[in-house]
Design a protein around this ligand. Structure first.
Ligand SMILES: [Zn+2]
Length: 443
């Protein structure tokens, strides 16, 4: 069978609406999609590639709904001045780092983040990119890294006025160029959104231009929203409205758009996010690290907001982020019994919904017709693993296990913990170290 892969004799966690634990089952992937799930040895006369998953669990590949590949080169950076608040974190660290990025840095930092994602079973990523001194060509360089690793990614350039009118103009053009290119290619591996940094670094005139252009291109937007209270203070002072109301005015919200963070939003803003069907992406580790607060995931979901989970580049491991999301909701509510259903559905139900809107495939379940994106973990459960407790095993057990194999659209990207790519990872790391050293010197 051409373009076929058979994963044999694993424990399949199907997830999805009819979430089941199927022990001793095999999964057949054909032409990029799951074609069949059946008890072992019932799929006969198969001639394609086989993977033995005995003693392992299969689950749908993870989706990271908000990240920044360019952050890879901040690892080990010690030069940033201590910051007292979120705006100082941006000024002392991130805006110094992104302003020093070259196009080659964009490509290598993306490769590092993507390879890390494969190692943790993450198969789809939604990135938000900034490199103000290398805007033109940056998304093309990142796209090359995405294609070389075989993952799925949705890219955008984070438009901002903070570096002047010329760079804002380039940001508008880079978004528009990349959106058009993705629409022409119509490839379920690489997609685009229209990127905006945050309302506090965008003038009304630039927001207006971005909104007009994005709507003309039928693109959704990807923007940071109410990450710190200072974002709200700025919006009230300059727009006379709160952040979400301001974005509603410019028609930035909608079912194709992503609002990252939404920590400092009030009830009315939650209702606006729900009414416009805008996806909100929660990034708990980053929010704790920046000491900006914790989004009220429980209330957002009560109001029917589609809340997903991202890492904001703090990790490439979605199960680590899931655990922190859960502890964060416990602490926020001062109640250890809340949030489990909400945060697990953010990762396992809502991230797939967000990705479906962008990529047009069915994600988040191992079922016939769903994307053939699968993570296989070394996990022989030491306590009963059944339909009703599989999320408990994910949070407390599988999260502590090793990802063994990662598959996207039936293509094996890692097998037996070894990358199965035509990439020289040692050389990539060596070049990345050189580039990071140069970048730190320029900062
Ligand atoms: Zn972010």
């Amino acid at each position: 069978m051409p373009n076929s892969l058979l994963i044999e004799n694993g424990t399949v966690l199907t997830l999805g609406k009819t979430s089941k634990v199927l022990a001793g089952h095999s999964v057949l992937i054909t032409d990029g999609l799951v074609a069949k799930i059946a008890p072992k040895k019932t799929i006969k006369n198969f001639r394609g590639k086989r993977i033995d998953a005995t003693g392992k669990v299969l689950l749908p590949g993870f989706i990271n709904a908000h990240t920044h590949f360019y952050s890879s080169f901040a690892r080990g950076l010690t030069k940033a001045r201590p910051s007292k608040n979120f705006n100082e974190v941006l000024k002392h660290l991130w805006w110094r780092l992104d302003s020093a990025l070259t196009t080659e840095d964009c490509y290598y930092s993306a490769l590092i983040a993507l390879l890390g994602s494969i190692r943790h079973g993450t198969t789809t990523l939604i990135d938000h990119h900034a490199s103000p001194q290398a805007v033109v060509g940056s998304l093309g360089a990142i796209e090359r890294a995405v294609r070389e690793t075989g993952l799925r990614a949705c890219l955008c350039y984070e438009l901002s006025d903070r570096d002047g009118a010329g760079i804002a103009k380039e940001g508008l053009a880079e978004n528009a160029w990349f959106i058009r290119q993705c629409q022409q290619q119509n490839d379920s591996r690489v997609r685009a959104l229209f990127g905006l940094h945050a309302s506090f670094t965008l003038s009304d005139a630039t927001l207006e231009k971005a909104a007009t252009l994005g709507q003309m291109l039928c693109a959704g937007f990807h923007i940071h929203v109410a990450e710190a209270q200072s974002d709200q203070d700025w919006a009230l002072k300059h727009c006379g409205k709160r952040v979400v109301e301001c974005l509603k005015k410019f028609e930035i919200l909608g079912p194709r758009s992503i609002a990252a963070h939404c920590i400092h939003v009030n009830w009315r803003e939650m209702e606006l996010l729900a009414e416009t069907k805008t996806a909100v992406v929660h990034n708990p580790q980053s929010n704790m690290n920046n000491a900006v607060g914790t989004a009220n995931v429980i209330e957002l979901m009560k109001r029917d907001v589609l809340v997903g989970l991202g890492t904001d580049a703090m990790t490439t491991n979605m199960l680590e982020e899931l655990r922190v999301a859960l502890w964060g909701q416990h602490l926020r509510a001062e109640n250890p019994s809340v949030g489990f259903g909400e945060v697990t559905s953010a990762l396992f139900t809502n991230n797939p919904k967000i990705a479906e809107r962008i990529f047009g495939l069915r994600f988040g379940e191992i079922s016939e017709g769903a994307a053939g994106d699968i993570a296989i973990f070394d996990y022989d459960p030491p306590t009963p693993l059944v339909d009703s407790n599989l999320f408990g095993h994910l949070v407390f057990g599988i999260s502590q296990a090793c990802c063994d194999t990662t598959i996207v659209g039936g293509r094996v990207l890692m097998e037996n913990k070894k990358l199965a790519l035509n990439l020289d990872v040692e050389r990539i790391n060596a070049r990345a170290r050189e580039l990071a050293k140069d970048l730190w010197r320029r900062m």
